[in-house]
Design a protein around this ligand. Structure first.
Ligand code: IMP
Ligand code: MG
Length: 172
């Protein structure tokens, strides 16, 4: 598999994002809401780069994806935190069509947070089907299927410390 973003490139970018977010949320009641399972590593690493106090919770969203094609979204709210009157940062691994993030934003908005913003590690270029844009992102990437650092293909490869492009020849 071809490495697209190395472990050290990801770490360096997270340092920058950590500074940016810490400045933006200083003195505010921040709650980070991660979208499971893909954002697990991103959230865990980003939390340690935030030098402002914050709470964390998770939503699980599965898109009944078969292989590399998206499907309908199912949301599990069992670990959803109390966010009313809090400043919320919704965090996902990748912004592709944008359907996941826009559906989850509506759901979070219904809980009446004080503010609501989004951060994604990866932003795929040219694949969006919604008008929404993430407020913060780690890297813009070309329209290729990627795995690692939380991202999977049929639940595999999430453990990789870097992000790699999964090509048809890798699946053969
Ligand atoms: P969206 O709703 O199309 O924006 O898709 C977002 C979700 O699709 C992400 O949370 C990922 O779980 C998944 N996804 C989209 N592109 C990729 C990819 O290249 N690799 C792995 N998962 C992806
Ligand atoms: Mg996901």
């Amino acid at each position: 598999m071809r490495v697209l973003l190395s472990e050290s490139q990801i770490a360096a970018r997270l340092d920058e994002l950590g500074h940016e977010l810490s400045a933006a949320y200083r003195g505010r009641p921040l709650t980070v809401v991660g979208v499971l399972t893909g954002s697990l590593l991103f959230v865990a690493d980003l939390m340690r780069k935030l030098d402002v106090p914050h709470q964390v919770g998770f939503l699980q969203a599965s898109s009944y994806r078969t292989g590399t094609k998206a499907g309908t979204l199912s949301v599990n709210r069992e670990y959803f935190p109390e966010i009313t009157d809090r400043d919320v940062m919704l965090i996902d691994d990748i912004f592709d069509t944008g359907c996941t993030l826009s559906t989850l934003l509506e759901l979070l908005q219904a809980a009446r947070p004080r503010s609501l913003r989004t951060a994604v590690l990866l932003w795929k270029e040219g694949t969006q089907k919604v008008a929404l844009q993430p407020d913060y992102f780690g890297f813009k990437i070309p329209n290729e299927f990627v795995v690692g650092y939380g991202l999977d293909h049929n639940q595999d490869y999430r453990h990789l410390p870097h992000i790699a492009v999964l090509e048809a020849s890798d699946l053969a």
